[in-house]
Design a protein around this ligand. Structure first.
Ligand SMILES: [Ca+2]
Ligand SMILES: [Ca+2]
Length: 335
């Protein structure tokens, strides 16, 4: 009995250090552009020439994907994710074809068409910090590097984006949202949303005529990923979907004995007894009682303390363990 009390105290000390900490992981996420809706995933481009004397605008709808690598902290309790950094690594965003009418009566007449324009979103430098779901778009470029603009009429010319890429010049703020996961067994699935403004303003020489391409729009894309909840099933010794004091009791009851993983010997059950390694794994997977405090299943369930009540448990354990008659026995057993 006293052995368990001392262990409970140690649990309190360790748990206070473990609970609330997070595990960081690098997660590759593919974002798929949402269907165009209003200004979302549409980019209005204006093509002008002759110093702005002629110009016309048209709107392209966007589709495709954006690849990214996200550095995410996962809360060990509720598995919520917090994105630390983002880096875009590619993908392809396709623009629908556009037509422009460049005309000044009796003076100049040409039409411009875009064909098969595609671009890629890339991060130029190291990953960018995401703070409160926001990150600066500076340093992340949407580069149009496929397709062409063809001018026909009084001037015939072709601008190939493969030869002369058109690069976005946005300086705004983007948002990257990760929603609370849906946990199903030992699997958590996360939905994410990316909202990023882009704009273009670049001059290009087309057969002796300076053509200016301007435009802006907003990219909205959705991503998802799933994640195994490591060791959660293993630490759920009672198999009720939660890692709580019931599981802790099972582990402590087998302390320093060579039992199976199902009985609490979570780490190296073949070669080590139940010890602090196993305890640390269980505490890292701590979820607290299922549905507490809304759905207690009985008096005992209602009485099971939450992690926040551990200070009380710790103090109790400390007081009991500190009684002189018990101390030597407890210490020798712990060792
Ligand atoms: Ca359990
Ligand atoms: Ca072990």
């Amino acid at each position: 009995m006293s052995r368990q009390l001392v262990l409970s105290w140690l649990v309190g000390v360790i748990l206070s250090a473990v609970v609330g900490t997070a595990r960081a992981e690098i997660v590759p996420v593919e974002f798929l552009l949402d269907d165009p809706n209003g200004p979302v995933n549409r980019i209005s481009l204006e093509i002008s020439a002759l110093g702005g004397l002629v110009g016309d605008s048209d709107t392209a709808t966007l589709s495709g994907n954006v690849l990214s690598e996200l550095d995410i902290d996962f809360d060990v309790d509720d598995h919520d994710g917090v994105i630390n950094t983002v880096r875009f690594t590619g993908g392809t965003i396709s623009f629908s074809d556009m037509t422009f009418d460049l005309r000044v009566p009796l003076f100049f007449s040409a039409s411009a068409r875009t064909r098969d324009v595609k671009g890629t979103l890339n991060t130029l430098g190291p990953p960018t910090p995401v703070v409160g779901e926001m990150f600066p778009t500076e340093g992340h470029e949407l580069t149009l590097n496929q397709g062409r603009v063809t001018l026909t009429g009084d001037t015939d010319a072709e601008i190939s984006f493969a030869d002369e890429p058109l690069t976005s010049s946005t300086m705004g703020q983007a948002t990257l949202t990760i929603f609370p996961p849906i946990v199903n067994g030992t699997m958590a699935s996360y939905d994410l949303e990316l909202r990023m403004p882009v704009d273009f303003d670049q001059e290009t020489d087309a057969n002796g005529i300076t053509v200016r391409i301007e435009g802006s729009g907003i990219i909205v894309a959705s991503g998802m990923f799933t994640r195994d909840l490591p060791n959660l099933l293993l630490s759920d010794l009672t198999g009720n979907g939660a890692v709580d004091f019931e599981d802790l009791t099972v582990l402590l009851a087998a302390w320093n004995t060579s039992v199976s993983a199902a009985e609490g010997n979570l780490v190296n059950p073949g070669s080590t007894p139940v010890n602090f390694e196993d305890l640390t794994v269980l505490l890292a997977d701590w979820t607290g009682p299922l549905g507490a405090p809304a759905a207690p299943t009985g008096e005992l369930a209602a009485a099971v303390p939450e992690p926040s009540s551990l200070s009380l448990l710790t103090m109790t354990a400390l007081l009991l363990a500190g009684r002189p008659r018990r101390r030597r026995t407890s210490a020798s057993r712990v060792r």
